[in-house]
Design a protein around this ligand. Structure first.
Ligand SMILES: NC(=O)c1ccc[n+]([C@@H]2O[C@H](COP(=O)([O-])OP(=O)(O)OC[C@H]3O[C@@H](n4cnc5c(N)ncnc54)[C@H](OP(=O)(O)O)[C@@H]3O)[C@@H](O)[C@H]2O)c1
Length: 229
């Protein structure tokens, strides 16, 4: 494949599985980013995985990512997979809860894309934003998820706006609104809930989508869920 892939939120869960998928192809270079360097050192023995500490809550997200990517002039695929989840009754939400949710789930994604665009414009690149079914219009909603789901909804809208602004270029952006997958985040949010998909299975779908979907769609918000309707 010979592609350079950036996975943001790569230290555990779906993101870690995504890195493993991309790394299977030896000609790929995978750049795995998250805050927890110890967890990222899981990739130490992988010849084609480079990992670095990266915090979407930093005040300099764009500059931090530009620095990390200095030696990579071309990025083919970027997956904005990181997310943080606050689960609290509406009236208990603090200003910090709302600020961190919006910074990590929305503003940090937009600022990361600002760093990525110059490296992806000519490659026919694909940016895949990972949102949630809770941010998909008309889906079932859950109490306690105002900070999380509204901040993720900002990313779905961003996807449409970005695709419009860059529609004359080769760079495409789509957004996947995930249903439940068995990860630590899910267990923390809904203890005891058994998801229909493993992190590995969800990562397989995202991996396939990231490689091909931009040939067929741009600016699309896709629900990835076994729930009906
Ligand atoms: N699992 C589900 O059922 C489900 C459903 C719908 C949507 N999603 C979405 O799918 C994505 C992956 O979910 P998951 O369940 O795999 O979550 P997870 O296990 O909690 O993993 C989240 C990843 O995001 C990273 N992250 C969190 N805060 C960050 C920050 N400030 N800066 C940089 N990275 C940060 C974490 O790494 P560090 O802590 O090391 O920074 C971790 O690698 C998320 O966007 C989530 O909202 C998941």
């Amino acid at each position: 494949m010979n592609k350079t892939i950036v996975v943001i939120g790569a230290s555990r869960g779906i993101g870690r599985e995504l890195v493993l998928h991309f790394a299977k192809e030896e000609s790929n270079t995978v750049i795995a980013l998250a805050r927890n360097e110890k967890a990222l050192s899981y990739f130490e023995s992988f010849k084609n995985v480079v990992y670095a500490k990266f915090d979407l809550a930093s005040e300099t997200v764009r500059e931090d990512l530009e620095k990390i990517l200095t030696n990579y002039p071309i990025i083919d695929i970027a997956i904005n997979n990181a997310g943080t989840l606050v689960n609290k009754p509406f009236l208990d939400l603090t200003s910090e809860d709302l600020t961190i949710s919006y910074q990590v789930n929305a503003l940090g994604v937009i600022q990361s894309v600002q760093a990525l665009v110059p490296k992806m414009l000519d490659s026919g690149g694909h940016i895949v934003n990972i949102s949630t079914m809770g941010a998909f219009q008309g889906s079932a909603k859950f109490a306690g998820l105002t900070a999380y789901s509204t901040s993720k909804a900002a990313v779905t809208c961003f996807t449409e706006l970005f695709a419009e602004e860059y529609k004359e270029t080769k760079l495409k952006m789509n957004c996947l609104c995930l249903g439940a997958a068995q990860t630590e985040m899910l267990e923390e949010a809904f203890p005891g809930y058994i998801a229909p998909l493993s992190a590995q299975e969800m990562a397989q779908y995202i991996y396939d989508f990231s490689l091909t979907a931009h040939r067929y769609m741009n600016g699309k918000i896709i629900p990835v869920s076994l729930s009906t309707p």
